[in-house]
Ligand binder design. Structure first.
Ligand code: NAP
Length: 204
């Protein structure tokens, strides 16, 4: 459970995005549980590099954290989330992008990527975030001389979005809530205007 403003953050996936978020989360004092398909032992070196607040677990361990970050490649999502049936009420930060190949987005028709992913995690409270930013930028301190790097987010559950906003803010990012998962289309690869935009909210 979250204690004050301190969260346990689970990552489903332990690659570029998961490591970037994990690094920032640990730097902000949050506990981090990383997971991948190969099991905790394969993450020993990474965990050591991330420091004492990091540990390795199973996907189920990561999914049961206060906040779970879904950070696997698009084609890996069904396998990654399929083995954990108890999503009910859990907050999942969906950082994925629906790439078919580099630079080629999958056309989901009327559905957004996060709506597709939410359907694979029945009952989860999915918040789209971090997918618009390059991991090599996320890993850096988001507090800039003139303001804070923006994390745009979208989701259907107001309380989940408030929790994710608090988490994002605790790491020094500036959260901007743009609306529901459907509005999250603006954050989606294949034409969303917010993709790859690294915006700074100027200090007032
Ligand atoms: N890279 C970026 O800058 C960036 C930015 C924004 C969004 N994104 C999106 O974020 C997602 C992750 O990107 P990435 O660059 O971090 O990918 P990545 O470096 O390839 O990492 C993917 C991770 O997922 C793990 N994984 C694969 N299958 C799994 C499963 N069944 N269960 C649990 N873990 C599994 C992989 O580890 P094992 O193979 O060892 O299991 C690996 O640790 C993608 O959807 C991408 O489009 C990427």
């Amino acid at each position: 459970m979250a204690r004050g403003s301190s969260f346990t953050v689970g990552t489903i996936g332990a690659g570029n995005v998961a490591q970037a978020v994990a690094r920032r989360a640990a730097a902000a004092g949050h506990r981090v549980v990383l997971s991948n398909s190969r099991g905790p032992a394969s993450l020993a070196l990474l965990v050591e590099r991330l420091g004492p607040l990091a540990s390795a677990g199973t996907v189920a361990d990561a999914a049961q954290a206060d906040l779970a970050v879904l950070a696997v490649r698009w084609h890996q999502v069904p396998d990654a989330v399929g083995g954990f049936p108890a999503w009910d009420g859990r907050i999942v930060i969906d950082a994925t992008n629906q790439w078919k190949a580099p630079g080629v987005a999958i056309d989901l028709g009327d559905q957004t990527g996060s709506e597709r992913n939410a359907a694979l995690m029945p009952g989860a409270r999915v918040v789209k975030a971090f997918n618009t930013l390059f991991s090599r930028i996320v890993v850096q301190d988001p507090r800039r001389a003139d303001g804070n790097l923006v994390v745009v987010l979208a989701g259907d559950d107001a309380e989940a979005k408030a929790t994710v906003s608090a988490f994002v803010e605790s790491m020094g990012f500036a959260p901007i809530d743009i609306g529901d998962l459907r509005t999250g289309r603006l954050m989606q690869v294949g034409g969303g205007p917010l993709v790859g935009q690294h915006l700074v909210k100027l200090a007032s």
